[in-house]
Design a protein around this ligand. Structure first.
Ligand code: ADP
Ligand code: ZN
Length: 209
């Protein structure tokens, strides 16, 4: 199955994508994770992306589209994939249509007020890639899964969060209508416990668990 996950920053796309890709046995392809890895490794893509990501802007299409196209051409994507964070604009959606057609698009909806609270309290484990909210951590600094030291993503600061939300509303949110018109859209309420959101997504995709 070829899947696209849509939703505002902080909707829980990454968390849900990890669960669903595992349940379906398809690779989870997160453009945000790919850029963060490229930045850590100092690759040309990472160097180009950094200034945009730090400001909460979209990385230029010339960089992003090529990166996704290459990734989807790899062997492990033969039987499907779950794209998380791409497409993020109508232009990117049209580009994707030129090299791969999704079978379904899941939109995880959450109101802005909730997103700001979620993003500003978000912590990340650089060792096991886990994401946690401070309200659910016994110790704000320690990963409950592997014990490594948690960090805050550089783009989870108030100014950058505000930019990311406005970019989402201007450029990404029109994609729900775009995919609804193609008959591909599945709407899921993301403002519910994590396990219920996963169950709703699998149900919407008509996957037995
Ligand atoms: P979030 O969904 O929480 O904003 P991501 O990890 O998906 O976070 O993305 C982080 C940043 O990476 C974005 O703010 C943007 O700068 C960049 N990025 C990710 N995906 C894309 C994309 N498809 N096009 C352009 N930039 C992207
Ligand atoms: Zn960890």
């Amino acid at each position: 199955m070829k899947l696209v996950f849509l939703g505002p920053p902080g909707a829980g796309k990454g968390t849900q994508a990890a669960v669903v890709s595992q349940a379906l046995g398809i690779p989870h392809i997160s453009t945000g994770d790919m850029f963060r890895k490229a930045m850590r490794e100092g690759t040309p893509t990472g160097l180009k992306a950094k200034a945009y990501i730090d400001q909460g802007k979209l990385v230029p299409d010339s960089v992003t589209i090529e990166m996704v196209k290459e990734r989807l051409s790899e062997e492990d994507c033969k039987n499907g994939y779950l794209l998380d964070g791409f497409p993020r604009s109508l232009y990117q959606a049209e580009a994707l249509a030129g090299f791969s057609q999704p079978d379904a698009v899941v939109n995880i909806a959450v109101a802005d007020e909730k997103l700001i609270a979620r993003l500003s309290g978000r912590r990340f484990c650089p060792k096991c890639n886990g994401t946690f909210h401070v309200s659910r951590l016994a110790d704000e600094k320690i990963c409950p899964d592997c014990g490594a030291e948690l960090v805050q993503r550089a783009d989870d600061n108030p100014a950058t969060i505000a930019n990311r939300l406005s970019v989402y509303h201007e450029q990404t949110s029109p994609l729900t209508a775009y995919y609804a018109q193609k008959g591909l859209l599945k709407e899921v309420d993301g403002d519910r416990p994590m396990g219920q959101v996963s169950a709703d997504i699998l149900k919407a995709l008509a996957v037995e668990v």
